[in-house]
Design a binder for this molecule. Structure first.
Ligand code: NAD
Length: 451
């Protein structure tokens, strides 16, 4: 089966991509199984050197990778460059992993007791279309560092940069079969990762709905899983914050990548006493947000990924009052102007469901208790921000928000050196941070008697 890619910014057809069959998935898994044994047997320093080389090769290819992401996903060029560079940084960071898979020596009677971190074997990584390169790297870099072979299945709509990373891995000297990219449908290739007994872990990033299917399927083999799922994060602005700064920063926290971001702060909660001032600042910053041609260096936001996805985002507007909108180009391409909604009820769909587009809802609150109640009034718990100058309040609220990744007086969520993942239905397990390679190992305990 083949799949026609469409440039999201122009609506023009691009490459046609062949989708792998279930038999091809089985062949790839068999190749990975054989290759993994050799990879794990390499000296740790040799595996580390290959990962460092992989990082260098990605760096050298940065402009090609970035241009592919602009064409395939509509990401603004400056952001696409950052994403390609991020992959190299993630590889560099985890290239230290092979030489740091350090076990323990535990005091016991009659001998010595030591632990080892053994690789799992073959790891299947299923990625979404919103950040194809970066999300793949969060799985494959620590998995490779821990001595596993990986097969990455990119999303149907956005496979090009992942396919390129597969070529770059070989160029960097990653042995054949250790890093494979298999383009195909989720229900075919992705599901095969779940059902095949030689795939020992599935790393899934995508919708909560499909994540639940993966979790159910994994139960059959007690297969290890990491799930990175949806979000409905809150950006909480207290009256004692730098309100102007919070209003100026709010658009990038939700409209970056056209809102197609699991960490998008798609609910802004504002203390009622500064609501008017905040909205005045927000209107200015939303209207100034630069939406347009993703190849333009000045562009901050590109198009939505497909025409179908644009329809899904539009469906959230319905009869919810619109406070104001930003600008977007006319004509071909999946353009959608940044939109600020004022829902009348806390049960409104735009406050409960992940929109995954450049739409944000603003809700006033009266005090800290209500802010926390509103922030936690969701089945998701991935990200969020707290704006306040009161250190005590920042600590109380940061501990009270049921979410995996919070930023104070800022909106950054993802650093490769810190753990990332969700509470509640936003996911299971953590990616990134110093412990990520351990999540691709089994801990083995060995006792050796003295006599
Ligand atoms: P999706 O669930 O539709 O698809 C994700 C991937 O799963 C794709 O590669 C798809 O082919 C595959 N898939 C689909 N059905 C499958 C099945 N039955 N078995 C195995 N694989 C299957 O998600 P999407 O629309 O591509 O991505 C958007 C979603 O991803 C949003 O909900 C977003 O919040 C989430 N996301 C989460 C994070 C995070 O880190 N928490 C990061 C990015 C995106």
């Amino acid at each position: 089966m083949s799949y026609q890619l469409i440039n999201p910014a122009t609506g023009e057809p691009m490459e046609t991509i062949e989708h792998a069959s279930i038999e091809q998935a089985d062949e790839a898994i068999a190749r990975a199984k054989t290759a993994q044994a050799h990879w794990a047997a390499l000296a740790p320093a040799d595996r580390a050197a290959i990962l460092r080389k992989f990082a260098q090769v990605v760096d050298a290819d940065l402009e090609t990778l970035a241009a592919l992401e602009v064409r395939n996903s509509g990401h603004p060029i400056t952001q696409a460059r950052w994403e390609a560079g991020h992959v190299a940084r993630v590889l560099e960071y985890y290239s230290a992993g092979p030489e740091r898979l350090i076990g323990k020596q535990i005091p016991v009677a009659g001998g010595i007791d030591i632990t080892f971190h053994e690789p799992l074997g073959v790891v299947g990584i299923i990625t979404p279309w919103n950040f194809p390169m970066t999300i793949a790297s969060w799985g494959f870099a620590p998995a490779l560092a821990a001595g596993n072979a990986v097969i990455v299945k990119p999303a149907e709509w956005t496979p090009l940069t992942t396919m390129r990373l597969g070529e770059l891995a070989l160029e960097a000297g990653v042995p054949e079969g250790v890093f494979q990219v298999l383009v195909g449908r989720g229900s075919v290739v992705g599901n095969r990762f779940v059902t095949h007994t030689d795939v020992r872990k599935v790393v899934f990033t995508g919708s909560t709905e499909v994540g639940k299917t993966i979790m159910r399927g994994a139960a059959d083999q007690i297969k290890r899983i990491t799930l990175e799922l949806g979000g409905k994060s809150a950006n909480i602005v207290f009256a004692d914050a730098d309100v102007d700064k919070a209003a100026a920063a709010a658009p990038s926290a939700v409209f970056e990548n056209a809102g197609q971001d699991c960490c998008a702060r798609s609910r802004i909660l504002v203390e009622a006493s500064v609501y008017d001032r905040f909205m005045e600042g927000l209107e200015k910053s939303v209207k100034a947000y630069k939406v347009g041609d993703p190849t333009d260096e000045a562009t901050e936001m590109g198009p939505l990924v497909t025409a179908g996805h644009k329809e899904s985002v539009e469906s959230f507007l319905g009869d919810v009052p619109i406070a104001f909108r930003g600008q977007a180009p006319e004509g071909p391409g999946n353009w959608f102007a940044p939109t600020v909604l004022l829902p009348k009820s806390n049960d409104d769909r735009c406050l409960r469901e992940e929109i995954f587009g450049p739409v944000v809802a603003v809700v006033p609150f009266k005090d800290e208790a209500e802010a926390l109640e509103l922030a936690n009034n969701t089945e998701f718990g991935l990200s969020g921000s707290i704006w306040s100058r009161d250190v005590g309040r920042v600590i109380r609220v940061a501990r009270g928000v049921q979410s995996g990744n919070l930023s104070v007086n800022s909106h950054s969520s993802v650093r490769y050196s810190t753990p990332f993942g969700g509470f509640k239905q936003s996911g299971l397990g953590r990616e990134l941070g110093p412990d990520a390679p351990l999540h691709f190992t089994e801990e083995k305990n060995v006792f050796i008697p003295h006599d």
